[in-house]
Design a protein around this ligand. Structure first.
Ligand SMILES: Nc1nc2c(ncn2[C@@H]2O[C@H](COP(=O)(O)OP(=O)(O)OP(=O)(O)O)[C@@H](O)[C@H]2O)c(=O)[nH]1
Ligand SMILES: [Mg+2]
Length: 449
């Protein structure tokens, strides 16, 4: 009999909670349990500037909440959850301030908060709209591809936090290169996509058909799928919006738990693998002789220095490109995994995570951000974390020879429990192919990166 994912996940939490060694995995597991139990789903509206994203959100909610306009408007990610009408602003420095509902534009709007000089990280709005009941968070994001690069970065960053994406196109211009690039990238984060063609009130039926057919073919090719859900709407006149809402509602009702659990199961496998590789590193280090340890440590230092030099050179070229820097950081993790695996003769593994280079950085005179410092800090953090782990294990060995045997016994016990839980997860079907494509939509990996 297969146990539900939530049970396996809770047992993993219990295992991790006994050992300092797995505190990172404990935190990730707790986040997953929170997500499964609360069954919240985040749906972001994303697309090029001026496609009508904010107007669509207003139309879905039946409430004129968000500012709209003919120039780039939305400069800040705005989340909308169910509740009594209220709004709060969270600033980059962590401060959260409640604001009068009517003042919202001052914080969200590109005109009043140009290039987000107020340092707003997110605006959270509460609305009593029925659509949001049952745990949907709808998110309006800044448009991609305008001259305001920071807006594009914010939108990209938010795709990763979304369970589903409403991708917004409009009939006044065909899909362009910016949208193609964005889609190619967004699909890597593999959320559920609803495609929306907006402003259909401005063209006749024949032109609309031609436009929709063209988009459908192109998107299918880009996303490498056989079918997509595409809705033709006029956010302004409210045409077609009900169809979109009921498709989302239907998907949420039928599959949310399933989707979140499967996604959590996949994530737990990853967390389990990461915990096991930490434990193996610990055990091997504990069993090293002084001489072996010194040699290994020297070799590791050499690797750090090489990787650091390479990272510095790379950052010179890509100082303003958060996507390239993020990819490079994961490359560095991979190189380091290989080196640790070689030196310690174990199968070492770093989980590939997203890194928040999308915010912060100094802005120079021509408005470009310089993320070199943030990037190099992230690189050095990876090195020093590994260094600290290894050093502290060895120091423990020096000081507590008698208890080392007990430690090794504990670690072996932990390994056995984890291997058993991982095997149980491996037997649970989690992949997309298991889902009946007609009844259930293909949400993939979600939210918990
Ligand atoms: N005719 C027509 N115009 C629309 C429709 N939806 C939006 N618009 C217009 O398109 C313009 C942009 O609307 P917004 O909702 O601000 O667009 P946005 O995508 O949120 O723009 P950014 O926040 O700058 O990325 C506004 O002038 C709207 O009046 C529609 O369905 N039909
Ligand atoms: Mg907008």
């Amino acid at each position: 009999m297969l146990r539900p994912i939530i049970e396996i996940t809770k047992e993993m939490r219990e295992v991790f909670s006994h050992y300092d060694l797995t505190r990172k995995e404990l935190k990730r597991t707790e986040d997953l349990i929170d997500k499964i139990e609360n069954q919240k789903i985040t749906i972001s509206v994303i697309g090029q500037f001026k496609r009508g994203k904010s107007m669509l959100v207003n139309s879905i909610l039946g409430d004129k909440i968000l500012p709209i306009g003919i120039v780039p408007v939305t400069a800040v990610v705005t989340t909308i959850e169910h509740g009594e009408r209220a709004a709060t602003v969270r600033f980059d420095n962590g401060i959260i301030k409640e604001i009068p509902f009517e003042d919202m534009s001052d914080y969200i709007n590109e005109q009043s908060n140009s290039d987000n000089h107020l340092g707003v990280r997110q605006v959270a709005v509460y609305s009593p709209s029925d659509f949001l009941e049952g745990g949907i968070t709808l998110v309006d994001t800044p448009g991609v591809g305008s001259v305001h690069q920071k807006n594009t970065d914010e939108a990209y960053a938010f795709v990763k936090e979304s369970d589903a994406v409403i991708f917004m196109l409009s009939v006044d211009s065909p899909i362009n290169q910016i949208e193609v690039e964005f889609l190619k990238n967004a699909k890597e984060f593999a959320s559920k996509f609803y495609f929306v063609v907006n402003k259909i009130d401005t063209i006749d039926e024949d032109d609309l058909k031609e436009y929709v057919d063209y988009c459908r073919d192109l998107i299918k090719r880009l996303m490498e799928v056989d079918s997509i859900q595409l809705f033709s709407v006029s956010a302004k006149k409210g045409i077609g919006v009900e169809e979109l809402k009921s498709a989302i509602r239907h998907d949420c009702e039928t599959t949310v738990r399933d989707i979140i659990e499967r996604s959590a199961g996949l994530k737990m496998k990853d967390i389990g693998a990461s915990a096991l590789s930490q434990i193996m590193l610990y055990r091997t280090t504990l069993q090293m002789t002084h001489k072996q340890f010194e040699y290994t440590f020297d070799e590791l230092e050499k690797t750090f220095n090489e990787l650091r030099r390479d990272a510095e050179e790379y950052a010179e070229h890509f100082r303003s490109n958060p996507r390239m820097l993020e990819a490079k950081l994961n490359d560095i993790r991979n190189s380091l995994s290989d080196e640790v695996s070689r030196l310690f003769r174990i199968d070492y593994y770093y989980d590939i995570t997203s890194v928040d280079f999308y915010r912060g950085g100094k802005v120079d005179e021509d408005g470009r951000r310089d993320l070199r410092e943030d990037f190099m800090k992230a690189v050095n953090d990876i090195f020093s974390e590994l260094e600290q782990t290894i050093k502290s294990v060895f120091m423990f060995k020096e000081e507590n020879t008698l208890t080392v045997t007990q430690r090794i016994y504990d670690v072996n016990k932990l390994t056995r429990r984890l291997v058993r839980l991982k095997t149980e997860l491996d037997r649970t079907p989690l992949e997309q192919a298991e889902i009946d494509a007609n009844k259930k939509p293909e949400f993939k990996q979600v939210h918990c990166e």
